[in-house]
Design a binder for this molecule. Sequence first.
Ligand code: NAD
Ligand code: UFG
Length: 359
Amino acid sequence: MSVLVTGGAGYIGSHTVVELLNTGNDVIVVDNFSNSNPESLFRISEITGKDFKVYNLSILDREGLEKIFLDNNIQAVIHFAGLKAVGESVEQPLKYYINNISGTLILCEVMQKYEVKKLVFSSSATVYGLPKALPISEDFPLNATNPYGRSKLIVEEILEDLFNSDKEWSISILRYFNPIGAHESGKIGEDPIGVPNNLLPFITKVAAGELKELKVFGGDYPTKDGTGVRDYIHVVDLAMGHIKALEKILFTKGVHIYNLGTGSGYSVLQIIASFEKTCGKTIPYTIGERRPGDVSACYANPLKAKSELNWSTMRGIEEMCADSWRWQLNSKKDYKKIKTIFAEMENPYLLKSKRDFLL
Ligand code: NAD
Ligand code: UFG
């Protein structure tokens, strides 16, 4: 199948492109590299030994997007492109609403025009807000607490409306819990710009000596050790969930919503301990105030995805920490240089070898 992947150079997108290529699909990536680097795409090519087409374009560019649909026989879209920093979304809500909501509207309009009605959408466990109970099932009440979360919730509702208006659509909405880890090769992984907001990227930078110490946000939650509990999921397991969701929408119309999580919660202190064991170093930390907006615990009931998609996670917390650490140790060579050169290349670029590119 020929699959358009928006945001395919990003953290979850790049791991999903690997699995799409490994399972015999043709991939076309569209990304504006606002939060990623084309280097990840070359590394996908190295990992899989496969070529694919890349468009350096924003999904807000309707004309450019239409050209992609005209020039390629696209059968389905996996839509990762979006901005994801909660704090930034509070400071710049319009930027988030325009990119995440308008971007999706333009994408769906173009899909409708070119009769491509199979879509997998990246949503988030953040749409549950403060959950009414644990573990969290898909039918729980929804309640976003910040502009980022609201952008996901609004898009979910838009997609429901779209299907109600045209029953030919097949849409899978995937609510991710906390993706961490990296590809086992150490070639691709999460590459946040600046000081990371999320726990694992912060811990890896402390372990590598790039940051001094971790601040644990709150030690007085009603959890096993007082620190926040989350459902950490290996990014490769998450990527596999997209392959299963894609298979599902090939044969079933409708809007299908799935939690993608492991079903187990780990506290911040448990994650620190597991990471220390993996890297053989001590992670210095202090326990500070709670972070505004954080819930005490959040983990999935993943049974719907298991029964309907035949998907469940395979990788445990040790593997997640080990792969995150390997990525931290191997990752960063060539990144900046490639980004500058890539901006000047023809569009689309057929991703073959980095050597051609650098000549
Ligand atoms: P990421 O920032 O690494 O990847 C997103 C990609 O989209 C980046 O490559 C970015 O350059 C691209 N992009 C952004 N706006 C674009 C636009 N207008 N046009 C084209 N490309 C654009 O983020 P990620 O962690 O891989 O997340 C992927 C998706 O999953 C996002 O929609 C995010 O909101 C969602 N999600 C992520 C998490 C998480 O913890 N990582 C959790 C839940 C949901
Ligand atoms: N934490 C710290 N110190 C830090 C960073 C995080 O103690 O420096 C704690 C948090 O308080 C929380 C846990 O580590 O208890 C995980 O925090 P993250 O920031 O890594 O993840 P969140 O659960 O807050 O949010 C993430 C994404 C959201 C997404 C959500 C659910 O950032 O976008 O998972 O998928 F919506």
